[in-house]
Design a protein around this ligand. Sequence first.
Ligand code: ATP
Length: 142
Amino acid sequence: MKPPPSGDAPPARARLEVPRLWASFGYAWAGLVRTWQSQPNFRIECTIGGLALALAWWLEAGLVPVLVMSALVLSLEVVNSAIEAVVDLACPEFHPLAKVAKDAAAGATLLAAVFSVLVGLVVLGVPLWGKVRAAWDFLTSI
Ligand SMILES: Nc1ncnc2c1ncn2[C@@H]1O[C@H](COP(=O)(O)OP(=O)(O)OP(=O)(O)O)[C@@H](O)[C@H]1O
């Protein structure tokens, strides 16, 4: 943990140290593992993101939009769980502002999820429909 800033003096420029950088990755990874363990929504979103990526690869459709939207939803879910933890720490009792913070964080994730479904429909819907029609034409022609 960093010491609290003292006075008005500008902070000394921190040196780039490999062990510290490595430790930071470790803390970030621990945050992801904890989110995976404690947030069922995160596990569901990881699964849907993986399936959407596999579908995009199979359909040879836009991998990049699917990757970007998956990254957005998953990142926001991690931030949402961080906000929940901070709110619970700062305000374990019911408070209207705690509700505002938690609902807004959840709303951000929901917004990204809705838009990712729309992007998925636009990017994957047409080629998927093409495959379905081709399979249907093949089946009805034999
Ligand atoms: N301290 C609080 N004060 C006011 N309202 C709260 C408080 N804690 C939670 N709430 C309300 O309850 C809702 C659910 O809160 P909770 O912490 O259970 O989050 P959750 O969305 O269920 O998250 P999780 O993914 O952990 O299940 C919040 O969105 C908020 O409306």
